[in-house]
Design a protein around this ligand. Structure first.
Ligand code: PLP
Length: 388
């Protein structure tokens, strides 16, 4: 159905919601076939066996029914311990809402904190789904730039100039998708103070918290009083290679925890029961299983970075997550054009930088969630294409 036929008949916010630019390239890639997929943002590792076994046992054991809206208690209790030791956050089970992936935690958080017509500060570049969700809520994204000359960290003075009387929340994402930057503790602390000083809800997307190569991931909520309006959002998708299981969670103080819990019933009721038992098993995994995946991403980062820089292509050497942000400005064309020509001529699919916000138009994002062979071939073709 074309937009013409549905416009006016169905909610305008949905009809006019732009598609993710990454999907546009993915569609093209599937059409062409025989393509190296450097555009996809999910772990290429299988879900670890003990997690799969726990899910099978849960299903066979009859844990196949609705759970409480906020998730099963044993999982939330295990998350309290995880938050204390990994994030420095003192939580209680009632402050945690288990959701269908971090994407649902984000959607509920925005629904709960952003009245229609409000402004929300979003990182540019940043994950496109934030802006898509705001679009659905008739709220407005106001982008705060992350620039290469600042190590892709925000400029606090500039941030203050972007505030409007309607600004209600600020979203932060470190380690960052698409850049792979890990903000310094002092930057995180400054962002917390900025949010508190301006009476904003701070929404912290920490789904890549465990995929860190250099530096240290610090959680904003660890720097704030326990009652501060901060919603910290986490996921099992990336750390444990569990994208399809759909388990994430939000941690928030009252009354935000209560609002998030309330939103579960009409939207999803609860996260998948079997997946919640799988998530519980994931928390008990031997840390070496995660370390092995992180060290594979680090090795791929080093190989990809070396291939690009030896050929004179500038990229940001990521400190975390599993992406590399590659500068295409000397190709002289905007990122969508670049991505389309690259795939047509070299059969390498990448995510166009502009898909992540207006500041990304001279960049592309490549995914390190690929074998070394695919990365080597893909990066060589990208560099040759740019050097033509
Ligand atoms: N936040 C960021 C920055 C992401 O990159 C993603 C997935 O790509 C998500 C959230 C969503 O994760 P989940 O699979 O838990 O919904």
């Amino acid at each position: 159905m074309s937009e013409m036929t549905i416009s006016g008949r169905y909610p305008e916010a949905i009809v006019s919601m732009p598609r993710s630019g990454i999907r546009v390239v993915m569609d093209l890639a599937w059409e062409l076939g025989d393509v190296l997929h450097l555009e996809v943002g999910e772990p290429d590792f299988p879900t670890p066996d003990p997690v799969v076994e726990a899910a099978v046992a849960a299903a066979r054991g009859g844990f196949t029914k609705y759970t409480p809206n906020t998730g099963i208690l044993p999982l939330r209790e295990a998350l309290v311990a995880k938050l204390a030791h990994a994030n420095g956050i003192v939580a209680t089970p009632d402050r945690i809402v288990v959701t269908s992936g971090a994407v649902a935690a984000l959607a509920c958080t925005l629904l709960a904190t952003v009245p229609t017509g409000s402004d929300v500060l979003l990182p540019d570049p940043g994950w496109p789904n934030y802006a898509m969700q705001l679009h659905l809520m008739d709220a407005r994204p106001v982008y705060y730039p992350l620039r290469v000359e600042n190590g892709f960290e925000p400029d606090l003075d500039e941030l203050a100039t972007l505030l409007t009387p309607r600004t209600r929340a600020i979203l932060v994402n470190s380690p960052s998708n698409p850049i792979g930057s890990v903000w310094r503790a002092e930057t995180v602390r400054a962002m917390v103070n900025f949010a508190l000083d301006h009476d904003l809800v701070l929404i912290s997307d920490e789904v890549y918290e465990h995929i860190v190569f250099e530096g240290e991931h610090v959680s904003p909520a660890a720097f704030a009083p326990r009652e501060a309006p901060i919603v910290s959002i986490y996921s099992f998708s990336k750390t444990y290679a569990m994208t399809g299981w759909r388990v994430g969670y939000a941690v928030a103080p009252p009354p935000l925890n209560e609002l998030l819990a309330r939103l579960q019933e009409p939207t999803v009721s609860c996260s998948c029961s079997i997946s919640q038992y799988a998530a519980l098993a994931a928390l008990a995994l031997d840390p070496s299983i995660i370390e092995a995946m992180v060290s594979a991403y680090r090795q791929r980062r080093d190989v990809a970075y070396a291939i690009l820089s030896e050929r004179g292509v500038r990229a940001f050497r990521p400190q975390g997550a599993f992406y590399m942000w590659v500068d295409i400005s000397r190709g002289g064309r905007p990122s969508y054009d670049f991505a389309r020509s690259l795939i047509a001529e070299t059969r390498v699919a990448v995510a166009p930088g502009a898909a992540f916000g207006p500041g990304g138009d001279h960049w592309i994002r490549i995914s390190l969630a690929n074998s070394l062979e695919v990365l080597e071939a893909g990066c060589t073709r990208i560099a040759d294409f740019l050097n033509r």
